[in-house]
Design a protein around this ligand. Sequence first.
Ligand SMILES: Nc1ncnc2c1ncn2[C@@H]1O[C@H](COP(=O)(O)OP(=O)(O)OP(=O)(O)O)[C@@H](O)[C@H]1O
Length: 125
Amino acid sequence: MTNEKFSFRARVDSFGYAFKGIRNLLRYEHNAIIHLIATAVIIIAGLWLKIERWEWIVIVMAVGFVWVTEILNTCVERIMDFISTEQHPKIGVIKDLAAGAVLIAALTAVVAGAFIFIPKIIALL
Ligand SMILES: Nc1ncnc2c1ncn2[C@@H]1O[C@H](COP(=O)(O)OP(=O)(O)OP(=O)(O)O)[C@@H](O)[C@H]1O
């Protein structure tokens, strides 16, 4: 928040910075590649099994939740590594808490996906 006048150009630049962050995530965070593969598999499965509109909404929310927590977890890891490269139990706890958020998001997505996909897969058998 600044007192500068609204600038459309500055807003466009902000989007650019955000995409730069996402590129950085995909380049340096191995977990992000796993999320990318999982996202692709879910989209293909959704198209193949012709899931309904409301089911797509659930999937989009669940997948987005995982990506957001992964990015925030990466931020926490990088902040802690920037503050200190030393080993410290408090840094470990902070990193583990952030990792726990990703785990909960991923489990939430798995459960939501199971409710949507398992009945459709069973129906195909
Ligand atoms: N500076 C530190 N001091 C104390 N414990 C740390 C420190 N850095 C990491 N740890 C702990 O060591 C363990 C492994 O950390 P690490 O960052 O390698 O986890 P990871 O999730 O496998 O990493 P990545 O996200 O890079 O794959 C975790 O329990 C973490 O909290």
